[in-house]
Design a protein around this ligand. Structure first.
Ligand SMILES: Cc1cc2nc3c(=O)[nH]c(=O)nc-3n(C[C@H](O)[C@H](O)[C@H](O)COP(=O)(O)OP(=O)(O)OC[C@H]3O[C@@H](n4cnc5c(N)ncnc54)[C@H](O)[C@@H]3O)c2cc1C
Length: 382
């Protein structure tokens, strides 16, 4: 069986990739090994950059989740024990926050309304590169199928076995880190204001939920090997010390999940017909909401290229190189910035320039700020 594009992995990135390709009239199949698109923590927050929203609108996703998205107009970034802070305040939203389940369900609705076909319970077991193209062996519920997609999008997550098979080797790793996500109640609630606070053991992000008085807190810390789970009361005290003056009295309601993360970067390999996106390309600790936002930005690039090029008539390497030319520099910059900020986290106080620290957060919020920081030569790992 043959389709234009086979997308391996139906996580957030795989499903957005499928919609981005279906939007260009390509025939798309998405295979995911899970029997249902599993939501590890449905109530976990996702922050989407405002600059990505137009693309989600174009793909028919945004209309299904817009009502659940809380706009953020202000971002307050500070560092414990250091003078000064950065306060970004815009009239238009710089980002939107929603529960992950809202985006998940919007994606499913958009996929159902599109020509892309999502095949759950389909595990891609192997890919063979043949002179004429690719051949995928897929373990479905009741049979083994062979497909020959013209191109492959690898989006099977950080432990990507497909990337391994296609020689998309891991070239950078740093970590590990643990991110804990909590739902909190605060007495000083600002519907549209988010906080990022760096402190000696990690970074705290607080984003407002849509319900008055409620926020999400994401605490990312470096693993030490002697880590002990903190009680809710301990977390409450810690948040109070670092953000109490801004958020007022706070109560930690519940822990929503714990995620072990590393910074991991895979190269794009040398298979002419395949490219990797999302966690199978760059996997980041969730500081400053970068992972999905970066992937959406890349998929926008893919969508543009597919819309304007006669890709069916070009060979695989021309197709892939044209895309990589656009993606490679951004990928390297993202990883370099991530390395820098994580190095700073590991040695709080080792770096004096708050601008570098802050630039990371800007990158998460605003692409325009990204280019300003870049022009000023700040925020880059040298
Ligand atoms: C606590 C936390 C908060 C975050 N907050 C934000 C945020 O606010 N903003 C942001 O931009 N990013 C955020 N991120 C990052 C974001 O969640 C990830 O970038 C994104 O989920 C990556 O999705 P993915 O589809 O690449 O990978 P995954 O979600 O890992 O999906 C991979 C899929 O591939 C499937 N699969 C694997 N192997 C196979 C196979 N052989 N065959 C078929 N299917 C296969 C799996 O079943 C899975 O469904 C956060 C991350 C965490 C942990």
């Amino acid at each position: 069986m043959s389709v234009d594009f086979g997308v391996i992995g139906g996580g957030l990135v795989g499903r957005i990739a499928a919609l981005a390709l279906a939007d260009t009239q390509a025939e798309v199949a998405v295979w995911d090994k899970a029997n249902q698109v599993v939501v590890p923590s449905a109530d976990q927050p996702l922050t989407l950059r405002a600059t990505n929203i137009a693309f989600l609108e174009k793909l028919g996703i945004w209309k299904h989740c817009q009502a659940h998205a809380n706009p953020i107009n202000q971002l307050h970034i500070s560092s414990s024990g250091r003078f000064g802070c950065l306060h970004i305040c815009e009239q238009d939203p710089i980002a939107y926050v929603m529960a992950r389940r809202s985006l998940d369900s919007a994606l499913n609705k958009a996929i159902n309304a599109s020509t892309a076909k999502l095949h759950l319970g389909h595990s891609v077991d192997s890919i063979t590169v043949e002179p004429t193209g690719l051949s995928c062996e897929i373990q479905a519920k009741h049979n083994v199928q062979t497909h020959q997609p013209r191109r492959i999008i690898v989006a099977d997550g950080a432990k990507s076995s497909m990337a391994d098979q296609l020689g998309m080797n891991i070239v950078a790793v740093a970590g590990g880190f643990t991110s804990s996500v909590y739902k909190i109640q605060v007495s000083r609630w600002h519907a549209t204001k988010a906080y990022q606070r760096f402190y000696p053991h990690g970074a705290i992000g607080v984003v407002p939920a849509a319900t008055a008085g409620q926020c999400w807190a994401i605490i990312t810390q470096q693993q030490t090997g002697h880590d002990q789970e903190q009680t809710l009361a301990e977390v409450e005290t810690m948040l109070g010390i670092h953000l109490g003056t801004r958020l007022g009295d706070l109560v930690v309601e519940k822990k929503l999940g714990v995620y072990n993360t590393t910074l991991q970067y895979r190269e794009a390999g040398d298979c002419d017909y395949a490219l990797n996106f999302g966690n199978s390309s760059i996997n980041l600790p969730p500081i400053a909401a970068q992972g999905l936002n970066h992937a959406i930005q890349e998929l926008q690039c893919l969508n543009m290229q597919q819309s304007f090029s006669a890709w069916q008539h070009s060979n695989g390497s021309v197709w892939r190189n044209a895309l990589l030319e656009k993606l490679s520099l951004q990928r390297q910059r993202l990883v370099a910035n991530a390395k820098l900020v994580l190095a700073m986290q590991c040695s709080h106080g080792g770096f004096s320039s708050i601008a570098k620290r802050l630039s990371w957060a800007w990158l998460g919020a605003d692409l325009n700020a990204d280019s300003i920081v870049s022009r000023r030569g700040q925020g880059y790992y040298r």
